[in-house]
Design a protein around this ligand. Structure first.
Ligand code: S3P
Length: 437
């Protein structure tokens, strides 16, 4: 495990192209695997999480070309029912998306047996949110703590249709149910309490699935998948990940004299909550070159240092920026006024308990942060002090602490900084380049 030292007081200038969107990368591999024919993926995120998805698919007989930065990845689809029973456990690493989407995909593979496992963090994450609704469709999933925790065993069975109202606005839960619905005996309807990211809906439709959605339906956003359609291999172009761009957006706003352009960022409206919050903070963020790339909106973002106002976020906005809350906590420390994050209890079941970890680590830098049951209260205009901090193995915490270090007095040592490789392997190189200007 590596640590990295950063000093405050430097500059930050230049142009950065963030790596591919993690959510879209997972889905392109998974949908490509169960389609017929070849899927070609441009811009796939070459990070640990998508590599976990690829490794699981390869152990079920799917040929996937090497995944390297800048490479075009080719997936030889085996068809919906072509996945072979693996000879060993499927290791999902640190990736909740891999484990939850695999549960949905594999539950209906009749007569085959699968075991899903992951690292220490993933073994602590709740899986009943997927396993229970899948059981309503006839799935047979068991595991520790009544089927809630990995390792999880799946006995593939023929699934039936149904209408499921999910308890949380989670794209992982929704996507697992849609994948199960592709091969069920009747349609599967998913109703969410609030709209979560819709990459699965967009991409499944592009692959030929019979799927309709109504984000404004009475009773909550609704998606229906009807079984029977044959998925056909596609060309997928993965845009840059707005969740990775978020670190540069906030760093560009906070570091005095900074000016940063972030190219090719995915701007799907179910993901752009952070831009709404930055507007609330009166941040000068410009969206340039807006375009549509393979069914997803994309643009470039330009940002420069500015005085910021405090923000208040809650409710339906939270699923639209759920992964950006750690870095927004850092932005709040420098704003005028007190910022409030509420309705964000989901953060407690991410790769780490991100509310507790961010509060603990920012306090180590001298910050005043109040942790509530479902959020954080953060007074602004605080001066951070360089300190020894720890990602606690969480990629987004590592990168958020790096941005905090840039505006702290003195030197900060970030332990377990290599966690960033889960979603952004070139983060530290990009940071060094922007610091050189
Ligand atoms: C993801 C959905 C979100 C997000 C995660 C990726 C996805 O999780 O936090 O990083 O790709 O579907 P939830 O579904 O748990 O909200």
């Amino acid at each position: 495990m590596t640590s990295t030292s950063l000093s405050g007081g430097g500059s930050l200038r230049g142009c950065v192209r963030v790596p591919g969107d993690k959510s879209i990368s997972h889905r392109s591999l998974l949908f490509g695997a169960i389609a017929e024919g070849e899927t070609t993926i441009e811009g796939l995120l070459p990070a640990e999480d998508p590599l976990s998805t690829a490794a699981c698919l390869r152990s079920m007989g799917v040929a996937i070309s090497p995944i390297e930065a800048g490479s075009t990845v080719r997936v030889q689809g085996v068809g919906l029912d072509g996945l072979q029973e693996p000879g060993a456990i499927l290791d999902c690493g640190n990736s909740g998306t891999t484990m939850r989407l695999m549960l949905g995909l594999l539950a209906g593979r009749d007569g085959r047996h699968f075991v899903l496992d992951g690292d220490g963090s993933l073994r602590q994450r709740p899986m009943a949110r997927v396993a229970k609704p899948l059981a309503q469709l006839g799935a047979d999933i068991s595991g520790r703590e009544g089927g809630n925790k990995a390792p999880l065993a799946i006995r593939g069975r023929a699934l039936h249709g149904g209408c499921i109202t999910t308890a949380v606005a989670s794209a992982q839960v929704k996507s697992a149910l849609l994948l199960a619905g592709l091969g069920a005996s009747a349609p599967v309807t998913v109703i969410e309490p609030a709209l979560s990211r819709d990459h699965s809906e967009r991409m499944l439709r592009a692959f030929g699935a019979d799927l309709s959605s109504d984000p404004a339906a009475d009773g909550g956003p609704r998606v229906v998948v009807r079984p029977g359609a044959v998925l056909k291999g596609q060309t997928v172009v993965v845009p840059g990940d707005i969740s990775s761009a978020a670190f540069w957006l906030v760093a560009g706003l906070l570091v005095p004299g900074a000016r940063v352009t972030i190219e090719n960022v995915g701007l799907n409206p179910t993901r752009t909550g952070i831009l709404d919050v930055l507007k609330q903070m009166q941040a000068p963020v410009q969206v340039l070159n807006q375009r549509d790339v393979a069914g997803e909106p994309v643009g470039d973002l330009e940002v420069q240092s500015a005085d910021l106002q405090a923000f208040s976020i809650r409710g339906e906005l939270i699923p639209r920026l759920v992964d950006e809350i750690p870095i927004l906590a850092v932005a709040a420390l420098k704003a005028s006024g007190t910022s409030v994050i509420a309705d964000a209890a989901e953060l407690r079941v991410k790769e780490t308990d991100r509310l507790a970890v961010m509060a603990r680590q920012l306090k180590a830098m001298g910050a005043e942060v109040e942790e509530t049951a479902d959020g954080l209260i953060i007074p602004g205009q605080q001066q951070l002090k360089g300190a020894e901090v720890d990602s606690e193995t969480d990629h987004r915490v590592a990168m958020s602490l790096a941005v905090a270090a840039l505006v702290a007095e003195g030197e900060t040592r970030i332990n377990r900084a290599d966690a960033a490789a889960v979603s952004y392997p070139s983060f530290w190189d990009d940071l060094a380049r922007l610091q050189r200007g």
